[in-house]
Ligand binder design. Structure first.
Ligand code: 9MR
Length: 346
């Protein structure tokens, strides 16, 4: 063959450069890899154990997992001093076997506290000093147990209210505002490599909550508190406008030096389901991913359950549902295809 023809043959045979048009992703794992982020899901441990199709889909699609309930305080210490780690351990073990990273959810919250704790505070048998050491022990015990196995912890969850005031939880009421700095310091001491997050809902768009949370983060940073991330839960619904400023809000947190993550994305709708509603939902999911990808500090997008078979939505919002990427039979919905079609704005 003539040299010119050889050169031409070599050029034609060469693979397309990676930057041209990446091959369409096969699934969410591949999509996440192409974009250099993690795509995760909250996990229902009972379903993970009992349902082979749930198990299979979770592990095929997701490179990050969060326990939907299994790491909450009432789950891990239902009676004082009696620890029940089996479900949380099962999730962490499953993640390791399936090459998934883990978000720990959540250390300090006002919900799903064990009854022994709330009752003890209410009847005065647990005073402020004891409450503080109970919180310190809880954080230290749980974070230490999973040291090196949890990429990121939601250290404090939902501590700011929608009107921008601090939530008057038992923590604020009995320990004062310093409990937040303490929680981060204790968590950091127990696992210095874990990324420590503040996490909240409506942080995508609610101005008073955004401003208070930014001020809170700055105040913590000024005191040298180890805080590394801001989590946007992302519980959306197509009956509300998409939070169009979300990427800018993410950027404001990123500008403080934090990483950001979408931690609990779902997009609910009024039932019945129609093709139009599913198409609209698909747009919300793809915009959320696009927003995350447009901010370099956005490292993870996690959905709050991946199948309508196991979703918190119908139980909490009567008449609403169909919030997930897969239907009850684990068939992918238009939102799933829409995610696979997102191209990187980075
Ligand atoms: O999905 C969770 C549901 O199964 C629980 O009953 C509920 C109890 O409060 O918590 C749900 O998860 C919440 C998460 O932990 C924090 N952000 C809001 C989520 C939806 O309520």
């Amino acid at each position: 063959m003539k040299p010119l023809l050889i050169a031409l043959a070599l050029v034609l045979a060469a693979p397309a450069p990676a930057y041209a048009h990446p091959r369409p992703p096969r699934d969410l794992r591949q999509l996440a890899q192409q974009h250099g982020i993690k795509i995760g899901s909250a996990v229902d441990i009972a379903a993970l154990r009992a349902e082979a199709d749930y198990h299979k889909t979770l592990n095929r699609e997701f490179s990050h997992v969060t326990a939907e309930n299994a790491m909450k305080w009432e789950s891990v210490e239902p009676e004082r001093g009696v620890f029940t780690w089996a479900d949380a351990d099962a999730l962490v073990d499953s993640a390791r076997r399936n090459r998934q990273q883990v978000r720990g959810h959540t250390l300090v919250w006002h919900n799903q506290l064990p009854a022994w704790l709330t009752a003890g505070v209410a009847d005065g048998s647990i005073d402020a000093g004891e409450l503080r050491s109970i919180l310190r022990d809880h954080i230290t015990t749980q974070v230490r147990r999973y040291k090196g196995k949890i990429r990121a912890w939601d250290v404090v969850n939902e501590v700011v209210q929608d009107d921008g005031t601090m939530r008057p939880s038992i923590w604020l009421t009995h320990l004062g505002p310093g409990y937040i700095a303490d929680a981060f310091r204790w968590a950091h001491r127990a696992d210095p490599r874990a990324k420590l997050y503040i996490n909240d809902y409506n942080l995508e768009w609610n101005a008073p909550k955004i401003e208070t949370t930014l001020a809170l983060v700055k105040g913590l940073q000024a005191q040298g508190v180890p805080i590394h991330g801001a989590g946007f839960q992302g519980h959306l619904g197509i009956q509300y406008d998409y939070p169009g400023d979300w990427a800018n809000v993410m950027r404001r947190f990123a500008d403080l030096g934090l990483e950001v993550a979408v931690t609990e994305l779902d997009v609910r709708m009024e039932l019945p389901v129609t093709a139009e509603k599913l198409a609209e939902q698909a747009g919300y999911y793809s915009r959320a991913l696009t927003d995350c990808l447009s901010v370099r500090a956005c490292r993870e997008l996690t959905v709050w359950g991946f199948t309508d078979r196991h979703s918190w939505v119908p139980g909490w919002f009567p008449g609403q549902g169909s919030a997930c990427l897969f239907d009850e039979n684990l068939a992918p919905k238009p939102a799933y295809q829409a995610l696979l079609a997102v191209r990187s704005p980075r």
